[in-house]
Design a protein around this ligand. Structure first.
Ligand SMILES: NC(=O)c1ccc[n+]([C@@H]2O[C@H](COP(=O)([O-])OP(=O)(O)OC[C@H]3O[C@@H](n4cnc5c(N)ncnc54)[C@H](O)[C@@H]3O)[C@@H](O)[C@H]2O)c1
Length: 242
């Protein structure tokens, strides 16, 4: 059984969906988890942060190191998918906010966490791409562009860290369509039958569950994966295999 005992993990987007499932599983395996999301929560260990803000990241990472003495794991799961995202519909605001959260947010998290991870002797980062890091989608111009960016950002960070020999690993998780509030909300706006069509686009003929993606995150941040960096791992029911 994987143990994360003694490790401090920061998970963004932890209030919902894949971030929430990842945070829960990491905690179950012994990590001390700091939950970060836009929405403040009164519980101990919850922090409100807009991942698009560099000042917020700087303050947040300093706070974690001061409070817990270390940071071992960063999971960048915060992300958005906005309505009206075909190339013709996509407004400048939609484009910029999508990039700010999905791509800038991931970059800023890595940039400010790496020194803290490195100071503790090394650590692991998991970034959230998507099957839409690998294939296009006519209905999601900004989203796909942001997730494609996260894919090569992840490789670049892994290469930088390997060269710096700081023992920090960085990998990409690419989910297919998973039953989370993000996908449920999107399906609500589509005609009846859209869910079945979406299921049929996955060779396994079903949508994924958040816990299935969290298991992959758990492996990648664990000491079972010490040689794994710069990799891209699909949890997509075969979506990208055909
Ligand atoms: N659900 C899927 O099918 C799917 C597929 C591929 C990739 N993804 C990616 O996985 C990640 C999680 O998606 P999900 O389906 O769990 O979505 P979700 O909407 O259920 O959860 C996303 C969380 O991120 C938070 N968030 C949004 N903007 C933020 C910001 N600026 N700062 C801090 N927190 C912010 C939200 O408040 C929310 O709690 C995203 O990066 C998404 O793009 C999801």
């Amino acid at each position: 059984m994987i143990s994360l005992k003694g490790k401090v993990a920061l998970v963004t987007g932890a209030a919902s969906g894949l971030g929430a499932a990842s945070a829960l599983l990491l905690a179950k395996h012994g990590a001390q988890v700091v939950h970060a999301d836009l929405k403040p929560r009164p519980e101990e260990g919850w922090h409100a942060i807009d991942v698009a803000s560099e000042a917020a990241w700087q303050e947040f990472v300093s706070h974690i190191v001061a409070k817990f003495g270390r940071l071992d794991i960063l999971v960048n799961a915060a992300g958005i998918s906005l309505e009206g995202d075909t190339v013709l519909e996509c407004t400048a605001e939609t484009w910029q906010r999508t990039m700010a959260v999905n791509l800038d947010g991931t970059f800023l998290g890595c940039k400010h966490a790496i020194p803290a991870l490195s100071a503790g002797g090394g650590g692991a980062i998991v970034n959230f791409g998507s099957v839409l890091s690998q294939v296009g989608d006519g209905n999601a111009a900004a989203y796909v562009a942001s997730k494609g960016g996260v894919r090569l950002l992840t490789r670049s960070i892994a290469l930088h860290c390997a060269k710096a020999r700081n023992n920090v690993r960085c990998n990409l998780v690419c989910p297919g369509y998973i039953v989370t509030p993000m996908v449920e909300e999107w399906l609500k706006g589509l005609p009846a039958g859209a869910r079945g069509d979406l299921e049929a686009r996955h060779p396994m003929k079903r949508l994924g569950r958040p816990e299935e993606v969290a298991e992959l995150v758990l492996y990648l941040v664990s000491d079972e994966a010490t040689a794994v960096t710069g990799g891209e791992f699909n949890a997509d029911g075969g979506f990208t295999a055909w």
